[in-house]
Design a protein around this ligand. Structure first.
Ligand code: PLP
Length: 357
């Protein structure tokens, strides 16, 4: 029998959630709300929806493998050159491509714990070793991560803001880390929630784009732009890094509908502004309600809130029975996406009942 390498056997296959309709049927509920995956509750940009109408009849054609127009628009918006950009089937794919490009079996990658689970899976998929530095006060401890670097370290992963905790790293913290990495290492800065951040002290990863150090900045159309189902994200790095990653990128990795919708969404400043506003208002409401209930929560810079709880399984089961879908994070925490006002209200009501019992 053919068997994969041991490092592949060490990976747990992703267990997908059931479709909402199935879950509702099993629990005998309806009108459930999904606050589990940090999607934009406002919906996609109306301009993106409109842009999808025309090209539907062209899906017999392969997409533009260079994402020509999207790359042009993004390069102008970000003030970077086109050869400093790469697109992926979600930023998730770019994590995989980066790891495949730069990590050899046995190489080490430093990351925070808990952070985005995909980093460790990607590293393991090529036989690399994940070195996990515990968060400090729910925040990436970039000096502990710098301490974890050894001669075998080739990559460092930072989610800023972090998923699942929603915390961010400051300019000073990031600069300190950058001063301690070598020119032979790649620092991947995952900024999936970039557009939600309002704190002026948020780390500036772009300033290292053309330095001697190596950064790969990842952003996505899945979160504030509301296009998670189309799967498209992008990476920003110096052109040599992009060139190397392009060696392993499939020629048609982003589909034509995703490219068209992303191009339109990128220009829809009003949708982004409104989405951020809805998130800020929801955040305020949830902080005040959670505070009044005496629930502890971690203040967030993203569109979700991390809450330490006594038993996440019990809380999750009780919320589920009331049609509120959140994400348990290990045995002692939950993560809830900030929703629309009605959704936040339902979450709070369901949580009150779940805590009472
Ligand atoms: C949601 C998320 C992403 C985005 O993944 P896509 O593949 O672009 O949908 C990436 N990183 C983090 C930390 C996330 O939370």
């Amino acid at each position: 029998m053919i068997r994969p390498p041991d490092y592949v056997l060490g990976i747990q296959p992703y267990v997908p959630g059931k479709p909402l309709e199935e879950l509702e049927r099993e629990l005998g509920i309806s009108n459930s709300i999904k606050l589990a995956s940090n999607e934009n509750p406002v919906g996609p940009s109306p301009l993106a929806l409109k842009a999808l109408q025309g090209p539907l009849s062209d899906i017999n054609r392969y997409p533009d493998g260079a994402a020509y127009y999207l790359k042009q628009a993004l390069s102008a918006k970000l003030n970077v050159s086109e050869d400093e950009l790469i697109f992926g089937n979600g930023s998730n794919e770019l994590l995989d491509i980066a790891v495949k490009t730069f990590l050899r079996p046995g190489d080490e990658a430093v990351m925070g714990a808990p952070s985005f689970v995909v980093y460790a899976m990607a590293v393991q998929s090529v036989g690399g070793r994940s070195i996990q530095a515990p968060l400090s006060n729910f925040t990436h401890d970039l000096s502990a991560m710098a301490d974890a670097i050894t001669p075998a370290t080739k990559m460092v992963f930072i989610a800023n803001p972090n998923n699942p905790t929603g915390t961010m790293n400051t300019k000073k913290e990031f600069d300190l880390l950058m001063s301690r990495v070598t020119e032979e290492m790649l620092v991947v800065v995952d900024e999936a929630y970039f557009e939600y951040v309002t704190d002026p002290d948020y780390a500036d990863s772009m300033k290292y784009l053309r330095s001697e150090k190596n950064v790969l900045i990842l952003r996505t159309f899945s979160k504030i732009y509301g296009l998670a189902g189309l799967r498209i994200g992008y990476g920003i790095a110096k052109k040599e890094i992009i060139l190397d990653m392009n060696r392993l990128r499939e020629p048609f990795n982003t589909n034509s509908l995703a490219q068209k919708a992303a191009l339109a969404a990128l220009k829809d400043d009003e949708h982004v502004r409104h989405s951020r506003e809805v998130n800020e208002a929801g955040k305020k409401y949830l902080y005040s309600e959670l505070g009044a209930m005496g629930c502890s929560y971690v203040p967030t810079h993203a569109n979700f809130i991390y809450m330490p709880v006594s038993d996440s399984k019990v809380i999750n089961d009780r919320l589920l029975r009331k049609g509120v879908i959140i994400r348990p994070m290990g045995p002692k925490a939950i993560r809830v996406t900030i929703g629309l006002p009605e959704e936040n209200k339902r979450f709070i009501e369901a949580l009150k009942e779940a805590m009472e019992k």
